[in-house]
Ligand binder design. Structure first.
Ligand code: PSV
Ligand code: MN
Length: 388
């Protein structure tokens, strides 16, 4: 039996953090296609994020990327966000877009470059103090392209040393989430290539070091829900970067390429208590909208996460446990599939209506004419995009 009140309460609680960079121009390494109405400033990115939150009621925080979102006064930026019903969320450090980082940032063989990278990470913690952010997200592009290029083990030592310094600088209420990615931009070794490496470093650091699972950062065919189940059991799953992929780190809309995978992941999240009140998992999007319109694409992604979560919440856990305990493989699989095959759109539409929102946020955005309005208003200046 499904407890509908509990499902509804969990869905009302579910908050998806949107990334500031999703609102800016982006592309592949071949071409960035500019779009009309793209924000020119961090504040305009926040205006777009506020629109997503107003439409969905489920995207109350925005992740910043430093230096893409560098401003003089972070306290003022936090206030600007607050006035629009938002909070500033995770601070993403960027130690991958400077010539000095060609051979790595915190693992660079040159101690001067390591010092510079570390200083940036510590600056990011200062920014967290000003914005009131809880999480510092670390992703390192560090690695090597050729066998023999650098000492693999020494690079782990350098990484551990930098992480320790940053961890010790965190306030009691702050956390570090360490993201992994199997390859790109390095092609031979990557210094944090997988969840195990991230987990091992986090274990050495302490409780407030947690793993960040970016769903696009695995080899094809990897069973991500296993990783999620393992990390939740170990109390080390801090955050998700949701996006979807067909080939590599495609950064497409969450739930677009493989909604069944997103459901399986969110079922393990639910199983591990991650959808319960008081859960500290950050559900972030980390994606780019290269060819599709950005604000509605972020809205669609939030809705896709909600739909997958709703289906995960509908799994009849008692029936599943009974089937599992009796070794009834077919029935256990059927219980899971019944939930996945449920059309949860009416349930979510009703929930939005109850919250005073339009049941169809994408249509509401189209009907509002905002896209045309901002395209007419945001003329001149330089559109935001990847790069500094
Ligand atoms: C790296 O591919 C990544 O997933 C990291 O989270 C970065 O901070 C982000 O993408 C934005 O480029
Ligand atoms: Mn990511």
């Amino acid at each position: 039996m499904t407890d509908h009140a509990a499902v509804q309460a969990a869905l009302e609680r579910l908050a998806v953090e949107t990334p500031s960079w999703a609102y800016g121009n982006s592309g592949t390494r071949f071409k960035v296609f500019a779009q009309p109405g793209v924000p020119r400033t961090v504040r305009e990115k926040l205006d777009d994020a506020a629109t997503v939150h107003a439409l969905t009621g489920a995207a109350p925080t925005v992740a910043l990327h430093i230096p893409w979102d560098r401003v003089d006064d972070y306290g003022a930026l936090a206030k600007y966000a607050e006035e629009r019903g938002l909070r500033l969320g995770t601070i993403n450090a960027n130690v991958f877009q400077d010539d000095d980082y060609k051979l790595g940032s915190v693992t660079n063989p040159d101690p001067e470059v390591r010092r510079k990278a570390l200083a940036h990470l510590l600056d990011c913690v200062d920014i967290m103090d000003a914005t009131g952010s809880r999480d510092l997200k670390l992703w390192f592009a560090d690695g090597t392209n050729y066998p023999g290029q650098d000492d693999i083990r020494a690079r782990q030592d350098r990484l551990a040393e930098a992480l320790r310094t940053v961890y010790d600088r965190l306030g009691d209420h702050q956390r570090m989430v360490l993201e992994y990615k199997l390859f790109e931009p390095a092609f031979y070794t990557t210094d944090v290539p997988d969840w195990g490496t991230s987990y091992a470093h986090c274990l050495q650091l302490g409780d407030r070091a947690q793993v960040c699972v970016d769903t696009g950062h695995h080899a094809p065919g990897t069973n991500i829900e296993f990783i999620v189940a393992f990390l939740l059991r170990a109390r080390r799953l801090g955050a998700f970067d949701f996006n979807s992929r067909f080939y590599a780190d495609d950064d497409l809309m969450a739930g677009a390429a493989d909604p069944f995978q997103l459901f399986r992941i969110l079922y393990e999240v639910r199983r591990g208590g991650g959808l319960d009140a008081g859960s500290r998992i950050a559900f972030m999007l980390d994606q780019c909208h290269n060819v599709e319109s950005k604000v509605p694409a972020v809205v669609r992604s939030v809705m896709n996460v909600q739909e997958a979560a709703a289906k995960a919440l509908l799994v009849d856990r008692n029936a599943l446990a009974a089937a599992q305990a009796s070794g009834d493989v077919l029935e256990a699989n059927a219980v899971l599939m019944d939930a996945y095959n449920t059309d949860v759109r009416p349930l979510l539409a009703a929930l939005r209506a109850e919250q005073g929102l339009d049941p169809d946020p994408v249509a509401a955005h189209r009907a509002s004419g905002r896209q045309e309005r901002v395209a007419a208003e945001r003329v001149g200046g330089e559109q935001a995009g990847w790069g500094v």
